[in-house]
Every structure is written in structure tokens, then in C-alpha cells.
Design a binder for this molecule. Structure first.
Ligand SMILES: NC(=O)c1ccc[n+]([C@@H]2O[C@H](COP(=O)([O-])OP(=O)(O)OC[C@H]3O[C@@H](n4cnc5c(N)ncnc54)[C@H](O)[C@@H]3O)[C@@H](O)[C@H]2O)c1
Length: 424
């Protein structure tokens, strides 16, 4: 198939590379000319394991192309896959400005049949609105099919998820596009889930809301374990073996962040309230998450009551390991709070040099702890799990290690003379 993917971000770019690798002709377009220019020069603007090689291979094979000519590209291709951003507005609802812009271009250029696939996460009702909007703009219903095809990939595992999805969700209005949709992805053993346009949109929101709920549940349990001096890891292990519960997303720590869970939770709440549905559970999930950072800071101040002027080193600034994504990163929020308290903050991340006023960013993990009063692990990069603690001890001034991702072997860290702190 000939596919035009609109948006060369984390989702658009990884999907473009994978679809080209599955044998389609893919043109990935973005309104940011600099992004397209660097892609054309072989520079991938985001970090995702394996992506550079996959892009290089498929560009070489003449399967993958890039363009900043959005209108011309949309006009030319029979399948349009929308992967633009849908960030939060101040009131928590989704800002659909970028989606609307793409739809207006489609409306003004469509004169032969097109399949329009929305991969961006959009609130319930958006794809119905797209269908209506195209008709209002004078496009005959025979000339298009709108498909809701939410994305479930995880940054850091995006290619693995695209090659081994656990499901493929398509929301359609009629069965007309289904035959073509079945040719789109490498399916493996994944089931297709066919539903309505709005049903598909809600599968995505329900999925992210459930994952967020699991994390907040884990964090609340860790608080209770902490009070009873019980190791929360035992609880996670104990309940995670039950297949009805599952071990994934039961880790406690600084809470969820990133470009999806916080914004999708807010958007879902907004959609519910719009229809007069109360969201007590979702509100509680958010509340637990919003208080995690302060809880960890309280843990720190029990040992270091006056943080003014203290030199604190943070390891990990991305919202999770194996990505360079800083959007809604709990680590960055933590850093901002430490700065407000007058700390001298030093940061090290294997992928990102944080540019934030008042923060000293380091390129060497061990250099970053020199003379520090405390070390905080805020993202569980593999590198941190393999730390040479003797080296850290010899460089630090203080002895506090606050494990805000509950990812270290506490016994081991203590052996080197550290005061190891965590919640649960
Ligand atoms: N990042 C994830 O892990 C993830 C996972 C699942 C779903 N999603 C959803 O996928 C969507 C995209 O997320 P992302 O993280 O890839 O966003 P992103 O911000 O990384 O990329 C979006 C890209 O779209 C481009 N763009 C915006 N409007 C455009 C237009 N009119 N024409 C051409 N290009 C345009 C932007 O320049 C940007 O490069 C969002 O709705 C998000 O919620 C993201």
C-alpha cells in the first residue's frame, strides 16, 4: 500500500519505519522542516532503540521517504495515517488543533477514494466528528473511510511492540475499509479487535487509565508497606503472580509521567464530566500520583532537614529508561522542587543533557556525584543498576541514596556504607 504518515514524532516515525519494513511505500511528512531535513541527512531526531538502523535500511530500499510538503503529500496518497500530537489544554481536555489542521487539508485535497486512519490518541467522538466534518466540507461519503486505529506502543520498546503487538484495534463505521486494513500491519498472533470509531477511541483511554490505576495502586500499597516496615517488592511479587493481577505496572516509585498517561487521564476525565459522569476512581489515581514526589522529598528531609545549599545529584531525568523523552517527567518535576528548596542540583542521564537553569548537567555518572550530600535515583536506567558503589562512595560527601524508583538492591548499597532510603 502507499501510505502517507502525518507527523514524524515518536509514533509517526517508528510506525513509518515499521510499515516500510513490512513492504509498504511510506511517505512520512511533518510540518517541522528542520526535522525532515535532518531525517533526509540520515539523522534521527528522537532516540528509540533500533530506529536509526530501520530507517536507514528502508530509505536505502526506496520504501521510506520524508517530506515537509504536507498538503501535496496528503493529496497524492490513498492512505493517510494521522500521528500528530494531541497535547493537553489547561483545562485537561485534548488540544485537537493539529488533528483539525490535517483534516482541513484532507478536506481541501480529496478527489479520489482515501482511507483516513487516526492513530493519534483522540477523545471519544473525535473520529465521528472527522467523518461529519469531511461531509460538511463537501466530500462525498463514497470518497473516504475514517478509521480509528489507536496506538499502544511503549517508548523504548516501540519497534518490538510494532513487530509483536498484543492486539490491533480498528474502529470503523462500515466494513468497507477492513480488507485493506488487514494488509497494513504485521499481525503475528495478535487478535484484531474491530469496533466502532468511538469504541476504539475508548479502548485506548481505558487502557492508559487502567495502567495509571495500577501504578497509583502500587504506590499506595508501598506507602502502607513503608508504615509497617514491610518490603513492597514482596507484595508486588506476591500479587503479581496471580494472572488476574499480573506483574506489569506494579512497580512503586515517583509515579507515572511521560507524554501519554497524565494527559490521557485528564482527557478521559474531561470527556466523562462533559457527559455528567463522575470519575472518583480516576481522580484518586491522579491524586496519589500528584503526591508521590513530595512523599519522596519528605523521606529525604527526614535525614537532611535543611536542604538549602545542599548538593543533590539526580540520576535519570527522562520519564522512563530507554527514551530521550522529557515530557511530564517526574524526575524533572522533582528537580524543580529541589531547586525551589535552594538545593544545588547536579544531574546525570545516559541519554539527555538536561538544560534547565540552575542545574549542572554531567556527562559522566561518577563525576556527577562528586561532593554530593545525597544521590537520588529517579529513572531506572539499567546502567544505574550496575553502579560501582565503592566508586560513588569515594566521591560523595554525604551517605544518602534515595531510591525513588525502588530499583536498587538496598542490601548491596548499604554494604558500602550508604544510608539507603526508599518508600516501601
Ligand atoms: N509517544 C507515545 O509513546 C505514544 C504512544 C501511543 C499513542 N501516542 C499518541 O500518538 C500521538 C502522537 O504522539 P507523539 O509522541 O508521536 O507526538 P510528537 O509530538 O512526538 O510528534 C507529533 C509530530 O506531529 C507533527 N505535526 C503536528 N501537526 C502537524 C501537521 N498539521 N502536519 C504535519 N505534521 C504535524 C509535529 O511537528 C510533531 O513532529 C499523540 O496523540 C499521542 O497521545 C503516543
Amino acid at each position: 500500500m502507499r501510505i502517507c504518515i502525518v507527523g514524524a514524532g515518536y509514533v509517526g516515525l517508528t510506525t513509518a519505519a515499521a510499515l516500510a519494513d513490512f513492504g509498504h511505500e511510506v511517505l512520512c511528512v511533518d510540518m517541522e522542516e528542520s526535522k525532515i531535513n535532518s531525517l533526509r541527512q540520515g539523522k534521527v531526531p528522537i532516540y528509540e532503540p533500533g530506529l536509526d538502523d530501520l530507517i536507514t535500511k528502508n530509505v536505502k530500499n526506496n520504501k521510506l521517504f520524508f517530506s515537509s510538503l504536507v498538503e501535496e503529500s496528503i493529496k497524492e496518497y490513498p492512505v493517510i495515517l494521522i500521528a500528530v500530537g494531541t497535547p493537553s489544554k489547561d483545562d485537561g481536555s485534548s488540544n485537537l488543533m493539529f488533528v483539525h489542521r490535517v483534516i482541513d487539508v484532507i478536506a481541501s485535497t480529496t478527489n479520489v477514494y482515501k482511507i483516513i486512519i487516526t492513530k493519534s490518541t483522540v477523545p471519544p467522538g473525535t473520529n465521528e466528528w472527522i467523518h461529519k466534518r469531511l461531509i460538511e466540507k463537501g466530500i462525498d461519503e463514497d470518497l473516504f473511510d475514517v478509521v480509528s486505529n489507536p496506538e499502544f506502543l511503549r517508548e523504548g520498546f516501540a519497534l518490538r511492540d510494532l513487530y509483536h503487538p498484543n492486539k490491533i484495534v480498528f474502529g470503523t463505521k462500515t466494513s468497507r475499509p477492513i480488507k485493506n486494513l488487514k494488509k497494513l500491519y504485521y499481525r503475528g498472533k495478535a487478535p484484531y479487535i474491530f469496533t466502532s470509531l468511538t469504541g476504539a477511541e475508548l479502548i485506548k483511554y481505558a487502557s492508559n487509565a487502567f495502567l495509571a490505576t495500577k501504578i497509583s495502586f502500587a504506590n499506595e500499597m508501598a506507602r502502607i508497606c513503608d508504615a509497617y516496615e514491610v518490603d513492597y517488592d514482596d507484595i508486588a511479587k506476591g500479587i503479581g503472580t496471580d494472572p488476574r493481577i499480573g506483574r506489569y505496572f506494579l512497580n512503586s516509585g515517583l509515579g507515572f509521567g511521560g507524554s501519554c498517561l497524565p494527559k490521557d487521564l485528564s482527557s478521559l476525565k474531561h470527556s466523562a464530566v462533559k457527559k455528567n459522569v463522575e470519575t472518583k476512581l480516576l481522580d484518586a489515581v491522579r491524586e496519589v500520583n500528584d503526591t508521590q514526589i513530595d512523599l519522596y522529598l519528605n523521606k529525604l528531609t527526614t535525614e537532611l532537614p535543611d536542604l538549602t545549599g545542599k548538593r543533590i545529584t539526580i540520576w535519570g531525568v527522562t520519564f522512563k529508561p530507554d527514551t530521550d523523552d522529557l515530557r511530564s517527567s517526574p524526575a524533572v518535576m522533582m528537580i524543580k522542587k529541589l531547586l525551589e528548596k535552594g538545593c544545588q542540583v547536579h544531574a546525570y542521564d545516559p541519554m539527555v543533557q538536561l538544560e534547565l537553569t540552575g542545574v549542572y548537567s554531567h556527562t559522566n555518572q561518577y563525576e556527577s556525584v562528586k561532593n554530593s550530600d545525597a544521590l537520588i535515583i529517579s529513572t531506572e536506567w539499567q546502567q544505574f543498576l550496575e553502579t560501582d558503589w565503592a566508586e560513588v562512595k569515594s566521591r560523595m560527601k554525604g551517605t544518602i541514596v534515595l531510591d525513588a524508583r525502588n530499583c536498587l538492591d538496598g542490601k548491596l548499597v548499604r554494604k558500602f556504607g550508604f544510608l539507603y532510603l526508599r518508600i516501601g
